[in-house]
Design a protein around this ligand. Structure first.
Ligand SMILES: Cc1ncc(COP(=O)(O)O)c(C=O)c1O
Length: 481
């Protein structure tokens, strides 16, 4: 039995297949990495030694690398993070928020933002992002939503997702101005934005638009290894010593030197060749979007779909291909299954009515040809869906506003009880429950289950919608005792 190594075998099989990679990491199987670095990843798996420096109190090459990162991204100070944007977002919560303090947070925030809120005990005021029924995704925040919430709260911070997973952005300039007028810090989960600083056709970046803190996953789009992230700080607003203290508290004491070095090299690559590499990437992605749109039944989110200044759909990262599939007579997951099994094309994800492909400096013209050929065959195979999609239950999920009774931290640490969903009315949730679509939590920890919420959750369960929860079957839910 123990001669088996199932994970090793699965990865070996995956790598040995000839895949067209439309997923992150951005280096696409090592294509964009420095050759010496790629060949010596095991050799540089070192410990904190006098020659290598120490991430927790850098004084040598790590400090020099962090200074170059700050210079490249155009910010006062940057920190290397080896635990992804997940670690970066938690460090932001520790450095910028206080227990019980109100903070405006986009409801489609990544769960690491919720983790930060639970750890600090801040009081989130949830903001509904702009919903896109055609593509079945949530975008950024409409400025009007933020403005009216600022007026009714004493929030000292606004925490946004910029861009969304799908590459769409709200109007960060307007949001930053609103924060300044309200004396509030702008915090940016920019996990998908490490490349914005390096090309003028990409959306405005958090770190140059007035954010107090911006977190970016270098691994998602640039040549970072998985977990490689950076945290940029405006030191006039956030004390860098508090950030270092937070990172010391949450990061491993054995950071992988290959992860840290990949950020150093990704920075060098962008500063030396970034403009030209991103020119090619954008050009390739735009041409591919044109070709995909020529396929009967497909749509691609393009510049002309943007909704204008002040909206949650103000700018678009065109390196991401958000492909609307509701014109085809198959579920997006089936489409991705066929793309993978028949054509060796692997997108990043499939959701209801969409497929997301991440293209980076690591993709080639051949990858793009395979993507287009794959979609052409799959579209012909499954055929068109000419019926209007029923709105389903998504509109109901978006309309529900459960009452907030406790902070996420209070709910998380309260004595809890697992109860049948039907018996949960009036109880306070001790977990987040997220139906797909829309992929926005219907219930957050600390919010109260009402009869309406329970009826909607039961309907979602009956309709077979995938649900992320402690018990995904929703037979039971976790509540405060
Ligand atoms: C918006 C957003 N924020 C944060 C994260 C966490 O990033 P990481 O995987 O680098 O920890 C992700 C990951 O997908 C994300 O999509």
């Amino acid at each position: 039995m123990h001669s088996a190594a199932p994970l090793f075998d699965a990865l070996k099989h995956f790598v040995e297949r000839d895949q067209a990679p439309f997923y992150s990491p951005g280096h696409k199987g090592g294509r964009t990495l420095d050759p010496w670095f790629r060949d010596n990843i095991a050799a540089i798996d070192l410990n904190n030694l006098p020659d290598t420096d120490n991430l927790h109190s850098p004084a040598g090459p790590i400090l020099a690398a962090e200074r170059l990162i700050a210079d490249a991204w155009g910010v006062p100070q940057s920190f290397i993070v080896v635990q992804g944007s997940t670690g970066g977002n938690i460090a932001v919560a520790f450095s910028a928020l206080h227990p019980d303090e109100p903070v405006l947070v986009a409801r489609n925030a990544h769960k690491s933002v919720l983790a930060g809120l639970v750890q600090v005990g801040a009081r989130p005021v949830w903001l509904e992002p702009r919903w896109d029924a055609e593509f079945g995704v949530a975008h950024g925040l409409d400025a009007a939503v933020v403005e009216s919430t600022f007026a009714n709260s004493a929030a000292k911070a606004l925490w946004i997702l910029h861009p969304t997973y799908y590459g769409t952005c709200g109007d960060i300039g307007v949001l930053a101005g609103m924060c300044r007028r309200n004396d509030a810090k702008l915090l940016v989960d920019g996990a998908h934005s490490p490349h914005f600083a390096f090309h003028p056709d990409l959306p405005a970046s958090g770190e140059t638009s007035g954010a107090a803190a911006t977190v970016q996953s270098v691994h998602k789009i640039l040549s970072g290894l998985s977990q490689a992230a950076v945290l940029h700080v405006d030191t006039a607003v956030i004390d860098p010593a508090s950030v270092r203290r937070a990172l010391q508290l949450i990061q491993t004491t054995s950071p992988h030197f290959a992860i840290m070095t990949s950020i150093d090299l990704a920075r060098r690559q962008m500063m030396l060749d970034g403009r030209a590499l991103l020119d090619q990437t954008l050009d390739r992605a735009r041409r591919t979007a044109d070709r995909l749109e020529d396929i009967d039944g497909l749509r691609v989110l393009r510049q002309h779909d943007l909704a204008g200044a002040g909206t949650g759909l103000h700018q678009l990262d065109e390196t991401k291909l958000l492909i609307g599939t509701s014109g085809l007579a198959a579920d997006a997951r089936e489409i991705v299954g066929r793309l993978n099994s028949i054509h060796g094309v692997q997108p990043e994800l499939a959701g209801t009515g969409h497929v997301l492909c991440i293209t980076t400096i690591g993709n080639t013209d051949r990858d793009m040809d395979r993507l287009v050929a794959g979609f052409t065959e799959v579209a012909a195979h499954v055929g068109r869906n000419d019926e209007n999609q029923p709105a389903g239950l998504t509109a109901d999920v978006l309309a529900v506003r459960p009452e907030t009774a406790l902070t996420p931290r209070e709910a998380f640490f309260a004595a809890d009880k697992t109860v049948a969903l039907a018996q949960a009315s009036g109880r306070i949730a001790a977990e987040a429950i997220t139906p797909y679509p829309p992929g926005i939590p219907l219930v957050m920890p600390g919010e109260r289950f009402s009869a309406d919420v329970i009826a909607l959750l039961s309907a979602l369960r009956t309709a077979g919608n995938p649900i992320s929860a402690a018990d995904p079957s929703l037979e039971t839910v976790k509540t405060v005792r």
